[in-house]
Write a protein that binds this ligand. Sequence first.
Ligand SMILES: Nc1ncnc2c1ncn2[C@@H]1O[C@H](COP(=O)(O)OP(=O)(O)OP(=O)(O)O)[C@@H](O)[C@H]1O
Ligand SMILES: [Mg+2]
Length: 219
Amino acid sequence: MHVLAIIGQKGGSGKTTTALGVAVEACLAGRSVAVIDLDPQTTAANWSDRRGKEAPAVVSCQVSRLGQVLEAAAKGGADLAIIDTPGKSTDALIAASKAAGFVLMPIQPQLYDIETLGSLKDVLTLAGNPPAAVLVNRAPVQGKRHIETQEAATAQGFAVCPVVIFARAAHGDAGNIGQSATELDAKGKAAQEMAELYSYIAIAMKEGRHEEKHISRRA
Ligand SMILES: Nc1ncnc2c1ncn2[C@@H]1O[C@H](COP(=O)(O)OP(=O)(O)OP(=O)(O)O)[C@@H](O)[C@H]1O
Ligand SMILES: [Mg+2]
């Protein structure tokens, strides 16, 4: 089972939107997906309640239970576990990053978010430096802020996801009704960007650019 952690310290940077968007893409690609919601705000779990569908499975869990919940997901046949984290809990960010084979860090293209990259580097160090990439999310369609932000992250020594997720109303509208932007408008730009993001993650996993965590399904 592959484990993807979505981390970030800034509230509202798009961790949950990314986790759920990627989860739905993976389901559409035929994967069995478990989203593990470490956030006491339970945004992902509430989304799943509104959704009323079995896939992706969303489990709300405390940080201290992450290992057991990942084992259960693997035993239950999940191909991919996606961990959504609460920005305010460094413990949760470290635990999720330690458990993950690949870590994605969504940030908005603004200084307030870029300033948090230093502490995210510390989190990754404490987690043993798993493969990780910064994702620019909610970028204004006009202007070059996304490129400047990618350059700022690169200058700080981070790998940067080449796919940019732009600010699109479909993300919020879809979340309100327990869907992803892709489900709301499969031909829209938000859907296209999320599909590209999933391809990037899937290729990184396939090419072994991240280490697969060997959590046995039969353990
Ligand atoms: N690319 C985007 N385009 C438009 N709106 C977005 C985008 N990404 C996120 N949003 C909106 O921004 C808000 C915050 O997003 P989200 O809840 O995913 O952030 P978060 O990092 O999980 O926040 P928290 O730290 O509170 O858990 C939501 O209303 C969401 O719909
Ligand atoms: Mg969230």
